[in-house]
Design a binder for this molecule. Sequence first.
Ligand code: ATP
Ligand code: ZN
Length: 840
Amino acid sequence: MPAPPAAPLAQVVPLTPVDGVYTYRVPPEMDAEAVAGARVVVPFGRRTLTGVVVERFGDDDLDPETAPKLKPLYDVLDARPAVPADLLALTKWVADYTLCTWGEALKAALPSGTGVESRRVVHGLAPPDAWDEPRGRKVLRALQERNGAGLPVAQVAGVLGRKTVPQNLLRRLEAAGAVRLDDEVQEARARAKTARHLRLATPPAGGNSRTVRGARQTALLEHLAGVGEGGAVQAEAFAATGATSSTVKSLEARGLVEAFDAEVERRADGLDGPAPEAAPPVDLHPAQEAATDAIAGAIRAGRGGTFLLHGVTGSGKTEVYLRALRAALDKGKTAIVLVPEIALTPQTVRRFRAPFGDAVAVLHSRMSPGERLDAWTRIRDGRYPIVIGPRSAVFAPLDNLGVIVVDEEHEASYKQFDPAPRYHARDVAVMRAHRAGAVCVLGSATPSLESVANANAGKYTRLEMPDRVPVRGPDGTTHAPAPLPPVRVIDLGREKQVRRLKGALSHDLRLAIEARLGRGEQTILLQNRRGYAPVVTCEDCGWTPTCTDCAVSLTVHRDRYGKLSDQLRCHYCGLTERLQPACPECGERDLRLLGQGTQRVEEEIAEVFPEARVLRMDLDTTSRKGAHRKILDRFGRGDADILLGTQMVAKGLDFPRVTLVGVVDADTGMLLPDFRASERTFQLLAQVAGRAGRHELQGEVLLQTRNPDHAAIRFALAHDFHGFAHVEMAERLALGYPPYGRLVGVEVKGPEQRSTEALAERWGVALGQEAQKVAGVEVLGPAPALVGRVKKWWRYHLLVKAPRTLPPSVLAAVVRAVRDRVGAPGGHRVNLDVDPVGLY
Ligand SMILES: Nc1ncnc2c1ncn2[C@@H]1O[C@H](COP(=O)(O)OP(=O)(O)OP(=O)(O)O)[C@@H](O)[C@H]1O
Ligand SMILES: [Zn+2]
């Protein structure tokens, strides 16, 4: 019997949207493991939940009344705390800042699919005719059909064809003894994968040495001799030796080899194959040198601090990151590199793996839950000092952090919207590094105005790399910095008038592509819209198909069978239907397809340049695992002349033979009613322009637009980030928007329009009242969201605005007060979004 624990109580945060911290008794046998950061299973009302211990304490101060009533922990899930101490504090900060529960924030820091979940289940006890009300009978009949197996409560709604669970009915059925409600606990732990393995048989049969063996048999035996007791995965052994099943059969028959099933160790680096060969070390150019000195110096000195590394496209930021990682590792510290999901390309990963090899773990969203859990577990066990991944990797369970790098820090994908916590990974990175005494490096060619403002205010140290990396000639001599490529604007309005442009590609853009085809160089074309045509309309009556569940028009998609099988798709909910050849309203057969999606541009290229080899990269061509990588590998090998795609082609790519970048329609997104629309457009154009002429060959960029005078276009033309930032900042200041103001977005959603609108109104009134108590706070809205209905849910937005000088906690208190007072009654949902990114 172990001694009773000195701190017999544990404070536990359940991993659900339930607010608060709950106290449990720690049974003596769980004393050693139920420490702060460990995941535990606890009784919670009638449910069983997974939670995280956040503190242990003694029962001395406890009220003797409540002490005996405390329930014990049911179980501890971790032998080693899942959440290191610094992440406990960090998630608490995230919860307070983003207005979510600590449990929700902790959940974001843990791999999904772990722990235990319970669900409420109904069991039938009485036959259907024992109940005289039809709804109850229907439920009992469904339960009878399940032969004693329970039905999850959530599915009862479906049985009755309703959206919500009939809680009242269930209570009455339970009170009358017709059903029993129960909690069923499910282990949500991901299972390990097993595969067929081969190994040499023991003891090796001696007398077979004279047996004639084929080359494959010999190769397999040698291979297995090299891997030892644990054996090799059969498929891998086959790939390595050319052996086949019949090779194995004949070796098995002679007692030389045995086959068995065993768990495979999933590689936590998320890649197959060994680490790529290390690239030869480069000599830093002076601006890189200066940046590296500042960053590595801070890491070595353990000083901490945030650096804004503003380096133009192709200035060699990655090399600076690599040196920062090296500095951290040399000090025995660990490092996190955040990259936007879209930039988590094999090319990027290779550049980080090359110098550090197996020290690097890669996390990405395409991993299966099992792979993710494995990777996470090994990171927590300290096997990888470097973690690279998208926004959630900011919570990687590393101890002893030396540096966090946020590449392309301006990227909107660092902000999580759903589910809560609605955090911005860049801001969490800055905070985590700060608390750990680590260095944070924010890198971009087009920094966010928020970061620029922080640098201006002296909170971040600004490091500039204004030139591209000098190009080295084949003889080893270094030339002058490669210039940023010249950008030309093509005014689409004029093109339409003067040249009667019909398709998507202007005369000049066609000529430019043709020249690349002739010289065997490559082209990247950006068209930030997928599908064939964004809108279809009837020439006669003006009918346009819209989604039944969302307030948007449907996009035409064309598959390889051509026009006859055109589909209509909703980009919000995925609804898909056939496009009929005639208008359903008036019967007119002349339906007009308006606008250009990537598919249509692809078709036009095929018509104009039948000999060109085109790769299309958008959400539709990259949905399969590995597709993204395959496309880029092919393009990199020179198996294609043109890479056409959505914003996926705009960022991070570094291909030496790309000398032309064409933006088919620079206006997509530019005119959205979002105060960041202009900034986003500038960033996208500057980033995509940066893909051209990055090495020896001179590049060129063509922008097609209808708004040649727009600031985003004018400054992109001159590669003038500072000019753009200056103008845009002045506008933000005038309007009180970030970085000069603070915002909290409120999204009110519901299945019914009237009640949703009414709830939004009540929020508006209540916010207005609270806002009056604090100087400078302003409430905008409610107004219908830009897309007023998504997946059958109506959406209304409000925006709370405050000056930058108001502490975030004060603004949070305003919104929290309204949440407590008005809330989200009657099946509505209200999402609070602090520092929103996107449309409000
Ligand atoms: N000091 C150096 N000497 C020689 N080549 C270098 C040096 N530094 C970087 N490079 C090479 O220059 C190219 C551009 O560097 P890198 O991709 O790091 O730029 P970047 O600033 O990250 O650009 P972007 O913002 O466009 O992604 C790469 O091919 C890289 O290998
Ligand atoms: Zn829809």
